[in-house]
Every structure is written in C-alpha cells, then in structure tokens.
Design a binder for this molecule. Structure first.
Ligand SMILES: [Zn+2]
Length: 268
C-alpha cells in the first residue's frame, strides 16, 4: 500500500503535547503523503493562572488549530476537561467512536507512564479504544455511530515528558526518529501555543518554552548521533499489529534517509 493512503492520528491529552513529542515525525509522514489528524482530549482549560476556563479553552483550541495548519493536518478536541480524564465506560465509548470515525492506520498517543494522570489515562483509554473500535457489537451510544473498523491500528506511544517515568527515571523507548530536517517547522508549530509560555513559567518555574523542547529533542538526538530526535515505543501486545508500519512508511520516498529510524542502544 502506498504511503499516500495512510491515515495517521496523533491523540494526546492537552494542546501542545503532540507538538513537543511527535510533530517532527508527523511532518516527515506528511512529506510522504500521509493524511494527518491531531486530536487532544481536552482544550487545556486549566493551563492558565490568569483567564477563566472558557476563555483559555477558546484560546488554546485556536492555537492548536493554527499549529495543525502548519502541518496541513486537521485538529479535533474531544472536549474532556483538564485533570478530569478518567478510564470509565463513557470515556472509552466517546474515544472509540472517534477512532471509528477517523479509521486510522497508525495511532500515536501518550505513554502509559508519565508525570501526570491525564497523560496516563489518555494512554490507557486510547489503547482500549483502538481495540474496541474493531469489535462489531461494541456500542458507543452515539446517535450516528460510525461503522466498526476493519482492523486494530498500529499503535505507538510518544515519549513521556523529559523522557522520564513518574519517578523521574529514564523510560526505555523502542526507537528514535531523526527529525533534524524538519526541526524549524516543529518549532514553529510549538510556537503557536503562545498562551503556554507564561503559564509554564509560573507553574513549573521553566522559562524558554521553545528551548525546553529543543533540549529534550537534542538529548534524544544525541542517542543516535543526530541533532534532534523523537522517541517512540510500539505497542506490540496481543492482538495489536507487530510489524513496524511507521518504519516502513518513513523508509519510502521522497526522502529515503539512511538511519532515519535507529534502534536505541542498550545502555544509552
Ligand atoms: Zn499534557
């Protein structure tokens, strides 16, 4: 199957998570003709100390849409709320309905272990939804239900924040992708999230929003001797697809870059 027919869904908890962890790889997939969709579970309604929830949500939806436009992607918000993502049946049904509508070949989502619950819950819900979407008798309670998918998509977890688990220890990842060639565009996508620079400074004591992204990507790049890289781990548990479709698509023209996807050394 040609890369141009591949549908890619990147779904994470909040606006800007995809830009930090996955936008470079999405840009490479876009260059290979894939159709890309970015989705967030919430509109980032707690990501401010200055605006009310409605106002910051409107601001951040617009920022996410602007970022997706740079990529040539669609953007959807599933309209859950910050710090309230849970693994329950209503959540699983809504996300499963969304997966059925998107019918993706590849799904990127949050890692199972990360620094906060919204990320970990998103990971678990999306993993379930990828499976549930293909089960014909699974009822999502939608008024206009999409048909079940014909297959479980290839599922990849993004890097956790700072590449660390909840205890601050490094989390092993399956592979690294060199995103140096699309770095400026990835940076431009993150720069669309203007509301977050000031918020991060107040909440985490971290300034230089864009430089933080650069430091993380440089550290991953160092592991495979390139300038910037993004890390992923494929979910290969039964019955999810085991073949590395991401590696296959990235190996296709227009740019067949040797060493684009390199295995992580045992002791980086
Ligand atoms: Zn987040």
């Amino acid at each position: 199957m040609a890369a141009s027919t591949k549908r890619i869904l990147a779904i994470h908890a909040h606006p800007d998570d995809v830009e930090f962890q996955c936008a470079g790889t999405l840009l490479l997939l876009k260059e290979r003709g894939c159709r890309i969709t970015i989705a967030t579970m919430t509109p980032g309604d707690c990501g401010t100390a200055e605006m009310d929830a409605k106002a910051i949500a409107e601001t951040r939806r617009a920022e996410a849409k602007k970022s997706a436009h740079i990529l040539g992607a669609e953007y959807y918000c599933l309209e859950f709320r910050d710090l309230q993502i849970v693994h329950d049946n209503p959540t699983r049904k809504r996300v499963t309905e969304f997966i059925r509508r998107m019918n993706p070949d590849i799904v990127f989502t949050a890692p199972p272990v990360d620094y906060m619950a919204d990320h970990e819950m998103t990971s678990r819900v999306v993993r379930d939804a990828c499976f549930n979407a293909s089960v014909p008798n699974y009822d999502t309670d939608s008024d206009e239900p999409a048909p079940p998918t014909e297959k479980i998509p290839h599922l990849y977890y993004m890097d956790p924040v700072q590449g660390s688990d909840g205890f601050g220890d490094p989390l092993p990842m399956g592979g690294l992708i060199d995103v140096s060639g699309v770095w400026e565009k990835k940076r431009a996508m993150l720069a669309c999230h203007e509301s977050q620079r000031n918020w991060l400074l107040r909440q985490h004591g971290i300034d230089e929003y864009l430089e933080m992204q650069a430091r993380w990507s440089r550290r991953r790049g160092w592991e495979i001797n390139v300038e910037y890289a993004e890390a992923f781990r494929q979910h290969r548990g039964h019955p999810y697809p085991h073949d590395d479709l991401l590696r296959s698509v990235l190996a296709t023209p227009p740019e067949d870059e040797l060493g684009l996807f390199a295995d992580v050394p045992d002791n980086p």
